[in-house]
Design a protein around this ligand. Structure first.
Ligand code: URA
Length: 241
């Protein structure tokens, strides 16, 4: 992998910042000062990259937990609307982060961004059975216990599509939790509409074993801890790198 990419991926600054860092001679690889940002670093030299005399912590992959606020589109570019790209810290702007699945513009909560394509694909695919957990408020008649059985059996949507079994948890006060393990377009809203109610607010609080950090405010993000990242890999039967 290119040296500038390794440093940018590892959170040492934007691509241009790390390029000037390298050109200024502050980096050495396997004991040699390097001034070429494009130097291809072999796997065996990855743990021998040093900045100002201190070994750097190489991150092969970046996984960012973002608390998506309402009003942003889950996309990296959009011709008209503000996107979640505005919330990615500068240091990771060139890291190739891609959101895992999407949240509607008016939905809030946990969005995971990763530059590991295999992990992303598996987390999003219904094949790997990852639970997506939502808290919602709704308009209409109060949910009753019978609905839990209906959701658990696999709800039939008006267009004939059958949902995979889902877990509905009643909370009272027109609030409920819904866990699904697929990601059809507007799925939660369509499931709730199929039983004659309307989603008023929708918030994702967990994705598989990953729970939205209660310390984050809307719009903030942080890297996954090694433990969280390892749990995500294991949840889709991948060996953590
Ligand atoms: N289901 C929805 O309807 N919207 C979302 O944003 C996520 C799941």
């Amino acid at each position: 992998m290119r040296l500038d990419r390794i440093l940018a991926n590892s959170g040492y600054g934007s691509r241009s910042t790390v390029r000037s860092l390298i050109r200024s001679g502050r980096i050495s690889v396997a004991g040699q000062t390097v001034r070429d940002p494009g130097l291809a670093v072999q796997d065996e030299a990855m743990d021998r990259i040093v900045l100002d005399g201190q070994p750097i912590t190489v991150r092969r992959y970046i996984h960012l937990m973002l608390y998506k606020p309402a009003g942003l589109v889950t996309a990296l570019t959009d011709p008209r609307l503000p996107t979640i790209a505005d919330l990615i810290p500068d240091a990771f702007n060139n890291s190739g982060l891609v959101p895992v699945g999407r949240l509607d513009r008016d939905a809030t909560g946990l969005l995971l961004l990763t530059n590991d394509g295999t992990l992303n694909h598996r987390l999003a695919s219904p094949r790997w059975g990852i639970w997506k957990s939502y808290r919602l408020t709704y308009l209409g008649d109060t949910f009753h216990e019978d609905l839990c059985c209906l959701f658990a059996a696999g709800l039939l949507l008006p267009n004939g599509e059958r949902c995979l079994p889902a877990i509905l948890g009643l909370r009272g006060n027109h609030e409920a939790d819904l866990q699904i393990h697929e990601g059809k377009f507007h799925q939660v809203k369509r499931m709730v509409a199929a039983v004659g109610r309307e989603v008023q607010t929708l918030h994702r609080y967990a994705l598989g074993p990953l729970v939205l950090d209660p310390q984050l405010c809307a719009g903030q993000s942080r890297l996954l801890t090694d433990k969280e990242a390892a749990a995500m890999y294991r949840s889709v039967q991948l060996q953590p790198p």
